[in-house]
Design a protein around this ligand. Structure first.
Ligand code: ATP
Ligand code: MG
Length: 396
């Protein structure tokens, strides 16, 4: 349908929000958050954000249409976007504009059309069915169109009557979700792989303000590996807004694990170090949940046994694993869609891989893990040291 639309007519972008309207008394707060996000994402443009009968509209210069649409698509809480033309309630103005839409569509090859009217403003004197018929007849008389088609017309022209009137032909579906910051703050354990960036996106979509922590084993892992993670963070700020990436070097504890415990447990023991440090960081920064990119059964450390052992190192915070029930192909599809995939598949060394055992235990028992962990007598001191040496970088 888009090819039948004259983009030069589109001076207003209507925003629909679905779930938001269900939230009853929270609605005011949600709307404020949504407006803030919109204003932030559009700060480089000339535009005006206005409300019309509890729907938000962005008045734009038509030349910015595509760029602004791309930015708005990334604002969580918006379920749909209508690129529209705004006119007053005057009958002749509405009809003239609809005719412009129709003539252009005909020129581009459309041969059937339908008019759909939504009358949110009941002060408008004609009901929506009658007005649709009236405008349809007007188009038939004044344009080359010879046919209205009720089912699957080539072009559908929507007329949304509020205080002003919005005319459009296409509805663009967007991510939905909830406005950033409306459901709390979470800390993502971000590696350079495919999964954790997708997990970040999914929790941001549910309205969580996101910050990141990444673990390295410098100098065994390179500066480039960290650069890659910074670049991933940067891509993610399109969705997460302002965020911070903490980096923590866990080499000291990895060396202890490597020297003192059974090889096949190294990955799980390292994962537990990461979880503990993340919880400590979250507590000190008031992040209310940990988020990982784990998916059940994907690798040896993500069996039910592996996840149980990893999870048991976290004392109080909930750990969200939004990818737990997803297949790798589904995760990859999202990674491509949100723009992190290409960066994620660039080669890098991961902290876990440095001392990774050839034959990791596939279904570890917690008691065995605890026995191994107890062999590191200075665990707590090393944790303190490692934690105090953390660094951070701000993004967005
Ligand atoms: P990813 O694609 O996110 O790297 P993965 O499939 O490689 O995931 P693992 O390496 O087993 O899986 O890691 C599982 C999860 O543990 C990751 O999704 C991430 O949340 C966390 N994690 C792993 N390594 C690191 C790291 N070096 N720094 C921060 N978090 C990490
Ligand atoms: Mg990984």
């Amino acid at each position: 349908m888009e090819k039948y639309t004259d983009k030069n007519l589109l001076d207003t972008i209507g925003l629909s929000y679905g779930e938001l309207s269900l939230k009853g008394k929270n609605r005011g707060q949600f709307e404020r958050k949504l407006r803030n996000r919109i204003n932030r994402n559009l700060k480089e443009f000339d535009y005006k954000l206005v409300e019309d009968l509890s729907k938000l509209y962005v008045l734009i210069d038509p030349k910015d249409l595509e760029k602004i649409t791309e930015k708005l698509k990334k604002v969580f809480g918006i379920v749909g976007i209508n690129q529209s033309s705004r006119v007053s309630q005057k009958d002749e103005e509405i009809k003239a504009k609809v005719l412009e839409f129709a003539n252009y569509a005909y020129e581009k090859g459309a041969r059937t059309f339908k008019i759909s009217v939504n009358r949110s403003n009941k002060e408008f004197p004609i009901n929506s069915m009658d007005y649709a018929k009236e405008v349809g007849a007007f188009v038939l008389i004044n344009s080359p169109f010879e046919k209205v088609k009720m089912k699957d017309p080539d072009v559908m022209i929507y007329i949304d009557i509020r205080k002003e009137v919005y005319i459009y032909t296409t509805r663009i579906k967007t991510y939905g979700g909830l406005p950033l910051g409306s459901t709390g703050k979470g800390l993502v354990l971000l590696s350079g792989g495919i999964d954790s960036p997708v997990a970040s996106f999914m929790m941001a979509k549910r309205g969580m303000r996101i910050n990141f922590v990444t673990f390295n084993s410098f100098p065994f892992t390179s500066k480039q590996a960290l650069e890659k993670i910074k670049e991933l963070t940067n891509i993610l700020t399109d969705y997460t807004g302002k965020s911070r990436l903490y980096t923590i070097n866990i080499l000291k504890l990895q060396e202890e694990i490597n020297g003192k415990t059974r090889k096949e447990y190294a990955t799980i023991l390292t994962r537990r170090v990461m979880m503990r440090l993340s919880e400590r960081l979250a507590n000190s920064m008031q992040y209310q949940a940990l988020i990982t990119g784990e998916s059940l059964g994907q690798v040896a450390s993500q069996t039910l046994g592996g996840l149980t052992c990893t999870n048991a190192s976290v004392e109080k915070l909930p750990v969200f694993r939004p990818l737990i029930g997803m297949d790798k192909t589904e995760i990859i599809d999202i990674a491509k869609e949100i723009g992190t995939y290409e960066k994620s598949i660039e080669p890098h060394e991961d902290s876990c891989v440095i001392f990774a055992p050839k034959h990791p235990v596939t279904n570890p028992k917690l008691e065995d893990i605890l026995t191994e962990e107890a062999k590191i007598e200075n665990y707590e001191e090393l944790m303190d040291e490692i934690f105090s040496e953390k660094e951070y970088f701000n993004f967005g």
